[in-house]
Ligand binder design. Structure first.
Ligand SMILES: CC(C)(COP(=O)(O)OP(=O)(O)OC[C@H]1O[C@@H](n2cnc3c(N)ncnc32)[C@H](O)[C@@H]1OP(=O)(O)O)[C@@H](O)C(=O)NCCC(=O)NCCS
Ligand SMILES: [Zn+2]
Length: 197
């Protein structure tokens, strides 16, 4: 293992075939498996594991202790805070934010004795959506564009674009702008944007 903790575009896994540009940062404590694509400007910090077949876009950031599962697709500009596992079956579009310790799932009815090998329910998080700290996304749900999921919420159903969701189970408590601020009764934001229905 290298002692250079700023090595770029290199994995510690021997004989791998990581496919990405040189302008990628992978901390030496992280592992990147075979056949992974990582876009320019992406940073992978301490103790991460990127599994085989993952496709990660440009300018993303993965905090400490992040796992990206097999064949997971992640767009550009995605930020993943510490302690998040993005399991097979999950897709994150551009500019998604995953708060610290948020939880994805990929099996609705898990049983250790009756495993469902390779049959995973999908979760799609659309462009610009934010997932608050410690929220849980039950698999099979789609989170709409620019939606905001409150800290600690448990999402059990599809979430509309721009919806603000909170609680267990998560209920809609408002609408948010692309910038993240709450919309007023006329669906206007203080930033000047307006949400047209
Ligand atoms: C949901 C959230 C976006 C709302 O922010 P806000 O608009 O400033 O909300 P307010 O503080 O005005 O609260 C509005 C109401 O929602 C409730 N609320 C706020 N956060 C909540 C949460 N996480 N779960 C349940 N209810 C929540 C408040 O108690 C308040 O209820 P009330 O009207 O009955 O008093 C914010 O509280 C939140 O959870 N942000 C996520 C933070 C995070 O995880 N960041 C990760 C990166 S560090
Ligand atoms: Zn706004």
């Amino acid at each position: 293992m290298s002692t250079d903790n700023t090595r770029r575009g290199v994995s510690h896994t021997p004989n791998n075939s990581v496919s990405h540009t040189p302008n990628v940062f992978i901390h030496e404590s992280s592992y990147v498996d075979d056949n992974v694509t990582i876009g320019e400007g992406t940073k992978i910090w301490h103790f991460c594991h990127i599994q085989s077949g993952a496709m990660i876009g440009k300018n993303c950031s993965f905090g400490q202790n992040v796992n990206v599962g097999n064949n997971v697709k992640i767009g550009d500009g995605v930020k993943v805070q510490n302690n998040v596992s993005i399991y097979e079956g999950v897709e994150l579009e551009n500019d998604v934010f995953c708060g610290p310790s948020c939880v994805f799932t990929n099996v609705t009815i898990p049983r250790s004795k009756y495993p469902v090998h390779g049959v995973y329910k999908k979760t799609l998080v659309k462009e610009g959506a934010s997932l608050g700290a410690n929220c849980t996304i039950v698999c099979g749900c789609t989170i709409g564009r620019f939606a905001m999921i409150a800290a600690g919420a448990v999402v059990t159903k599809d979430v509309p674009d721009h919806a603000l969701m909170a609680g267990v189970p998560a209920r809609q408590i408002g609408w948010v702008c692309e910038c993240g601020k709450k919309l007023d009764a006329d669906m206007k934001c203080e930033c000047g944007r307006m949400l047209l229905s």
